[in-house]
Design a protein around this ligand. Structure first.
Ligand SMILES: [Mg+2]
Length: 392
């Protein structure tokens, strides 16, 4: 029987972290081994808190370190990963970061299974082929509307058929500023490209403040308004959805398990559900959200703002679907996140991206780059080392 022999978490970081909405400034890579096979994954999370959930001492029977439910478990078939999910959820029920740790482990286990079966992950999930996706370039709003205009023109010149602007000053400088930003984005893109807006939860639970932007969003033919409110404010989302007409609401990146995302589909009135495979419980949980979205007539889209390893993992989930065609493509990665993989999923002449037709995720991180950004970390409890940066 093939068992999980090791789980290693690697904390990587840019030399300096800035207070901006860029989740690619640090990274948490996961390596699992089972016999002679190895898989890689990535968590989208604060690295140290997630490492803590992997190795922390047990607090009680429902608050055990995640590693205790994974090490030594059987890994031969997809069902084995589902069994590990059940065990982690049972044993780490009260450890809130557990789903983030599980996410990277789950991705690495699917990659490892792909190496065993010599198949891409999407095939292991039951898809016959991987359809190309239309990537939207995911960009931060510029500091001024003119900066946003220039960014939009640049994205269009790179061949992107769709662009999303979000975060930055949007929502923080008054109604007129937001109107100017959205108009500038549309002007820079031209009329034919898809434009989406991400408010980054800026209006909390204030439906009226969000509704003041509906006129300009409609006039500029914005496809979706993303995260106007806190992820958990389902009633608030639903209230705005009754007024937003052709501008659909989108959200879900803040869902930290599959049930949260499924409830957002059921009760928030969203037209698009966007989950992060590196947060929600990995490929297993993201696939369950996809299945529920498809059955509910809601469009599934990945949330990915980290490396192209994470991008590949997130695309495997819905690669087999021709209808769910759009995907997020991180367009403004840190040097660390960009260099982490030796190849990238860039748009072709049709503006589409295609997964690598190789086993597992089809890509492994560049170990030399990992060494360059590795944060040397040791955690001791009463003099005993419970975590030390593993050897690459
Ligand atoms: Mg977002």
């Amino acid at each position: 029987m093939r068992k999980i022999d090791s789980i290693d978490f690697f904390y990587l970081s840019m030399p300096q972290i800035f207070d901006i909405g860029d989740g690619s400034q640090d990274a948490l890579l996961v390596r699992v081994t089972a016999g002679d096979r190895l898989g890689w994954g990535e968590c989208e999370a604060s690295p140290l808190t997630t490492i803590a959930s992997l190795v922390c001492p047990m607090s009680h029977s429902a608050c055990k370190p995640v590693a205790a439910s994974v090490l030594g478990e059987r890994i031969e078939r997809p069902e084995d990963i589902a069994a590990i999910h059940r065990k982690v959820r049972q044993n780490s029920m009260d450890l809130l970061q557990a789903d983030h740790a599980l996410s990277g482990i789950d991705v690495a286990l699917w990659d490892l299974l792909g190496q065993i079966y010599e198949q891409p992950v999407y095939q292991l999930l039951g898809a016959e082929k991987a359809y190309p996706k239309l990537p939207y370039s995911s960009l931060l709003f510029g500091d001024t509307p003119h900066d946003t205009y220039l960014k939009a023109r640049h994205a269009a010149s790179l061949g992107f058929g769709a662009v999303k602007f979000g975060w930055g000053p949007f929502g923080h400088q008054g109604l007129q500023h937001d109107i100017d930003q959205i108009v500038a984005a549309r002007d820079g893109l031209g009329q034919d490209r898809i434009l989406c807006v991400d408010a980054g939860t800026v209006w909390g639970t204030d439906v009226e403040e969000a509704a003041r932007r509906l006129d300009v969003l409609k006039a500029c033919q914005v496809t979706w308004l993303e995260e106007p409110f806190h992820t958990h404010a389902l009633r608030t989302y639903h209230a705005l959805s009754l007024r937003s007409g052709p501008v659909k609401l989108a959200g879900g990146e803040g869902a930290h398990n599959e049930y949260m995302a499924q409830q957002m589909i059921d009760f928030a009135g969203v037209g698009f559900i966007q989950v992060d495979t590196g947060r929600i419980g990995g490929i297993t949980s993201a696939k369950r959200v996809f299945d529920h979205a498809q059955a509910s007539g809601v469009t599934f889209i990945n949330h990915t703002f980290t490396s192209h390893l994470a991008l590949s993992a997130s695309l495997q989930v819905f690669a087999g679907s021709e209808e769910h065609r759009l995907c997020e493509h991180p367009g403004q990665l840190s040097t660390l996140a960009y260099k982490l993989t030796p190849e990238h999923l860039e748009p072709d002449a049709n503006g589409e991206i295609r997964l690598w037709e190789r086993p597992g995720l089809g890509i492994a991180p560049d170990l030399d780059v990992m060494k360059q950004y590795l944060v040397d970390t040791t955690i001791t409890v009463s003099g005993k080392v419970i975590y030390r940066t593993p050897v690459l």
